[in-house]
Design a protein around this ligand. Structure first.
Ligand code: NAP
Length: 246
């Protein structure tokens, strides 16, 4: 019960990595704001937390919409209190080679993956600064470190998130707020379900730990970074990829 006095906001909490992060915080006593594009999508996660004896509420918001994000955090503040831990996990891909990539595909990925984190962070940090305690955790990707053919927009958004993380660490450290990133490798979720079987096999072959990751592999790192055990860690990017990028 490491988080029983904390309000936690998790974006992209309806599925995959975000759902697991929300469930784990719920199991450790936090009040969890489960955020997805609609409250209806986030509801099964908040329900699962409540059914397991925890405290959670579902919210709908497009994180790339500034006004909607402001309203969302005002509502969470009213319902649950000030957010102490924010996990920026919402993300999407629009993969194609650069010559075929249109502006809309570039803008949408940057808007959700990078601008979304800017907007939610801006809305959440007032309460953290006032409390002189806070945790910002951004889910980036190994693709933000290595780049990837067909993913220029996604790689740029995730590399941007790493620069954003370091800047927040410097800007907010004196207020007791830490900011770190996690760079997952290939994790079994809807996002990677779309990969061809041959590519999955190649990834497993190239991974020293011999498997794809699970959402639980990422959630465990998030909870560590949110805990008091990580009080002296800020501005870092933690690669959680089974050794794939070694
Ligand atoms: P996923 O299963 O595709 O789920 C994406 C989540 O993001 C959903 O909850 C979705 O909500 C939400 N979302 C998408 N657009 C949004 C928007 N505009 N506003 C609010 N929420 C939005 O993804 P995942 O695989 O769990 O990935 C989670 C994060 O980890 C992403 O940032 C991804 O880039 C990163 N990551 C994943 C992998 C991997 O291998 N899976 C690897 C590295 C990094 P709805 O259900 O309402 O659509």
């Amino acid at each position: 019960m490491r988080f029983s006095d904390r309000v936690v906001a998790v974006t992209g909490a309806s599925r995959g990595i975000g759902r697991e992060i929300a469930l784990r915080f719920g199991a450790e006593g936090a009040q969890v704001a489960c955020i997805a594009t609609s409250a209806r999508n986030a509801e099964p996660t908040s329900q699962a937390i409540v059914e397991a004896g925890g405290r959670a509420q579902a919210y709908g918001c497009d994180v790339s919409n500034g006004e909607a994000v402001e309203r969302l955090f005002a509502q969470i503040g009213e319902d649950l209190g000030g957010v102490a831990i924010l996990v920026n996990n919402a993300g999407l891909t629009r993969d194609t080679l650069l010559l075929r990539m249109d502006e809309e595909a570039w803008d949408r990925v940057l808007d959700v993956n990078l601008k979304g984190a800017f907007l939610t962070t801006k809305a959440a940090i007032k309460a953290m600064m006032k409390a002189r305690w806070g945790r910002l955790i951004n889910i980036t990707s190994i693709i933000g470190l290595t780049g990837q053919a067909g993913q220029a927009n996604y790689a740029a958004s995730k590399a941007g998130l790493i620069g954003f993380t370091k800047s927040m660490a410097k800007e907010l450290g004196s207020r007791g707020v830490t900011c770190n990133s996690i760079a997952p490798g290939f994790i079994e979720t809807d996002m990677t379900d779309a990969l061809p079987e041959t590519m999955r096999e190649e990834v497993v072959k190239g991974t020293p730990l011999g498997r794809l990751g699970t959402p639980a592999d990422i959630a465990g790192t998030v909870l560590f970074l949110a805990s008091d055990d990580a009080a002296f860690i800020t501005g870092q990017t933690f690669v959680v990829d089974g050794g794939l990028t070694l």
